[in-house]
Design a protein around this ligand. Sequence first.
Ligand code: BES
Ligand code: MN
Ligand code: MN
Length: 457
Amino acid sequence: MPKLEEYLEAQHAQFEEDLCELLRIPSVSADSQHTGDVRRAADWMVRQFSDLGLSVELVETDGHPIVCAQSPAVEGAPVALVYGHYDVQPPDPLDEWISPPFEPTRRDGNLYARGASDDKGQMLTHVKSVEAWLKANGGLPLQIKFVIEGEEEVGSGNLLKLLEADRGRLACDVVVVSDTSQFGPGQPAITYGLRGIAYYELHLHGPKQDLHSGTFGGAVTNPLNALANMLASLIDDDGRIQVPGFYDNVVPLTDSERQQFAALPFDESRFRTQLGVQALSGEKSYSTLERRWARPTFDINGVWGGYQGEGAKTVLPSRAHAKFSFRLVPNQDPKQLDDALREMLHAACPPGITMELVSHHGAPGFLVPLESPYVGAATRAIERGFGYAPVFIREGGSIPIVTHFANSLDADVLLLGWGLNNDNTHSPNEKFSLVDFHRGIRASSYLWRELSRIAIA
Ligand code: BES
Ligand code: MN
Ligand code: MN
């Protein structure tokens, strides 16, 4: 495809400039102060698609809008649905950024900005490959639909509603998502499994106001002590989660899967250095990759209450709070966990304390078979775009809508990650390799050709 490759070459700088423009919009979906910015990012996406001559619609929701676009139907070829998200995580802690999060900056071959990798940069590779096809060839070899949402980082609740209300709009044969990572630099991957999630907030209320811990301590249950005990009871020293029934439906790792993970070139000491820790730990009898990709976990995400100011204050606080989450694996059911967790925490809540447990987003895990013709097509496209054949991996993060796509669209899902796991997603100094941005665009361009050759039933 010489004409297309020439176009990609000629547009290098322009593609990067376009990405920078999108990255300058602080589309933080979790923060209501940024509601206007989230919409500006959606409008920016709409303009990209309408400039390409695709039919495009900004779908309003109870939250942030969803951008839907599509190219014309192509007789006899499969329909691909590209999913991505234009929303980003909050940028804090701000003082740890070397360059400001919403002023994209090039350094050592990377572009630094919140959203560079997750997911603006990765998502845009598919928009730019479609642009290249349209400009160089005047059309696409298959129909491509885009659904780019603004609520992935807050659980995709409104996209799930759209999917349930209007499945036909998203009907397709294969879903393409670039919102994961390569296995390592220059080692692209196809991800065949993701973990799910169940996220909670726990509020404990004790005495009606803060008390002198000398006068009253020992006679009144301290909500922070209670919180520490209750949270600690959820996991044992072997890293086994103690919620009744938690492991009932866990799909175990197969022997061949364990062998494949073990055969991947994973350097544990480099991994420790990358994270700045002296030792790794986790569920007993599992390797690090198994723990990260295929085993469920419990993590406390935040704890607050009591005195946080300078010096010491002998106080028995009236309240205590925590945010915590479980990563789930197939076939754990977030609803079943919810019921069992509630019962367990109520039983563990000591006298003198009342509790409130709030459920945030929940999503089941995701696991797909690899013997699909679409996986073969993606393998060839990646090999050509990156110069290396992909490895097959699972990952520990969650993309809540993906499981719902797989279940209700009866489509195969391709998770083709162009990022790296040291991209600092959700952290300060998020980055995306510019070389990988362009390789991603090339691989995506080849993917459309490869997919179009697959005969559909
Ligand atoms: N792109 C990530 C998901 C991801 C992370 C996949 C790492 C593979 C490896 C996505 O944007 C994300 O952050 N998802 C959230 C989901 C949550 C907010 C419901 C997550 O995993 O925490
Ligand atoms: Mn993402
Ligand atoms: Mn994310």
